[in-house]
Design a protein. Structure first.
Ligand code: IMP
Length: 476
């Protein structure tokens, strides 16, 4: 049983009772998958409650690498993995993704999660080309969340099981967006003629009339629905409630990052769901059971990355930025796009800690930062001639922010095995001098700038594999 197992682990003083949540405390891609790998042995049930195929979580287990987008990472460990009603799902990709795991029967889907169709994906691309270029993942997230919010166009997972209902709902959506879909079809034709698009990848294939297009979408989704049917529960909230009552330990896995939150992120350069720890937990229906001391985790990268558009004050467009990109493999799990890279930004991250309801930090990629000769930390912004440590609430102001940078000592190269073993005896005192100083400096800045007095960095990840982590407290 995982509870006894935990008692003899260095994680014991840091782990949560009942329910914990993990969120990204920057602009996504902080290394949430690594956190989940460390937490997996002591976690009984995994939950995803927001986002969908836009997310990319890399999980490494026993020399196997899993790339998850929609499926909770716990599936790689054969643990119950629940997807709640808050998610928006691409059923075709979901089925493919599930094939990575040895025992897909652990995966359970809520019937009320929203469905992403080809038409939603087409509309996502249309919005990028004709509206504000957010730099979305083009997975159809925004249009599917729009359907959720407007309700009349919503297609849910249980609709996949009834071909007629599915066909009617698809026709309803396609009719409402007929003008845009027609324009997209023409755009795709031009791209095919220029050799820029593979005809098989067209989201609105030409030569199909309205009826045929709806039949195509209904057909492919109905087929996916048949395969997913054994995984569709009546109501995932009852499963989670039962798990709580049975004393299971649950992890709610956030996706993206708090600075990409739809409401409090760098709007409009954000994703279409809420991403804070609090909102992710609420969407899972588990807020009441979360452990207030050890349950609110934020994953924080030792430097900053961002994919897509939007302001990024500490961005490095030089050789150092490229070095971080190469050494840190900063390429998107979902799109393969090169991530923008920059210095650690204490102002932005402190805001994410406060607004995202984070209490414990899991600090990642210290080992990558050791490649940089003269690392810097951003401690404040200069905006319009004034200095501030407040994160601006509007993207236009943030775009004018000039980072106030402080040099820190070069992070020493670390022998992962030795440092992890030494960490068991000495906690963070096992970190080399400058690395320890860096963690300490970041923690103090985040505590002071956020005003979250009990925030602490509780773990430092020093490599991509499970267990390559030093915990704050010694565990002799
Ligand atoms: P969307 O979520 O596809 O609508 O994209 C909106 C913004 O969020 C874009 O800047 C994306 O690059 C970003 N984004 C979405 N999902 C992730 C993620 O998992 N990691 C990092 N950035 C993401």
């Amino acid at each position: 049983m995982s509870r006894n197992y935990l008692a003899s682990s260095p994680w014991a003083p840091h782990f949560w009772d009942r329910v914990g949540v993990v969120a990204g405390a920057q602009w996504g891609d902080e290394g949430k998958g690594k956190f989940v790998s460390d937490a997996a042995p002591y976690t009984d049930v995994f939950v995803r409650s927001q986002g969908g195929p836009n997310s990319g979580h890399t999980v490494m287990v026993n020399s196997r690498k899993y790339a998850f987008h929609q499926v909770p990472s716990g599936a790689a460990f054969g643990k119950p993995s629940i997807m709640t009603a808050g998610m928006v799902l691409n059923p075709i990709l979901l089925y493919e993704e599930m094939q990575q795991v040895d025992d897909p029967s652990v995966i359970v889907i809520d019937p009320r999660a929203a469905v992403i169709t080809r038409a939603h994906r087409a509309l996502d691309g249309y919005g990028e080309a004709n509206g504000t270029a957010i730099g979305t993942t083009r997975q159809g997230m925004g249009p599917a969340y729009e359907s959720k919010a407007n309700r009349r166009e919503l297609i849910v997972i249980s609709d996949l099981l009834n071909r007629r209902v599915l066909r009617d709902k698809i026709a309803n959506y396609a009719r409402t967006h007929a003008a845009e879909l027609l324009e997209i079809s023409e755009m795709e034709q031009r791209a095919i003629l220029k050799g820029e698009l593979d005809p098989n990848s067209a989201l609105v294939p030409s030569g199909l009339n309205f009826e045929q297009y709806c039949e195509l979408l209904a057909g492919e989704l109905f087929e996916a629905g048949k395969k997913l049917a054994p995984h569709i529960a009546n109501d995932t909230s009852t499963i989670l409630q039962q798990a709580v009552n049975d004393g299971k330990r649950i992890l709610v896995e956030g996706a993206q990052g708090i600075l990409l939150d739809r409401d409090i992120g760098t709007v409009p350069y954000v994703t279409s769901s809420r991403t804070t720890a609090g909102a992710t937990l609420a969407d899972a229906g588990l807020s009441r059971y979360a452990d207030p001391d050890n349950g609110f985790w934020g994953v924080i990268k030792a430097y900053t990355t961002r994919v897509g558009g939007g302001p990024f004050p500490t961005e490095l467009k030089d050789d150092t930025g490229e070095l971080l990109r190469q050494k840190g493999f900063e390429f998107g799990t979902t799109t393969g796009r090169a991530r923008r890279t920059g210095w650690f930004d204490a102002v932005a991250t402190a805001y994410a800690i406060r607004m995202g309801e984070i209490k414990k930090g899991y600090f990642t990629k210290m080992d990558v930062l050791s490649a940089v000769k003269e690392p810097m930390i951003c401690v404040a912004y200069e905006i319009d001639g004034g200095r501030t440590t407040q994160f601006p609430s509007d993207a236009g102001t943030l775009a004018r922010a000039i980072p106030v940078l402080q040099p820190v000592g070069r992070i020493e190269r670390m022998n992962r095995h030795d440092i992890v073993m030494a960490g068991r005896k000495n906690g963070f005192d096992a970190l080399p001098e400058n690395a320890g100083f860096y963690v300490d400096r970041v923690e103090t800045l985040l505590r002071d700038l956020s005003g979250v007095k009990d925030f602490e960095i509780s773990a430092v990840s020093v490599g991509p594999w499970k267990g390559q982590t030093v915990l704050k407290q010694a565990f002799a």
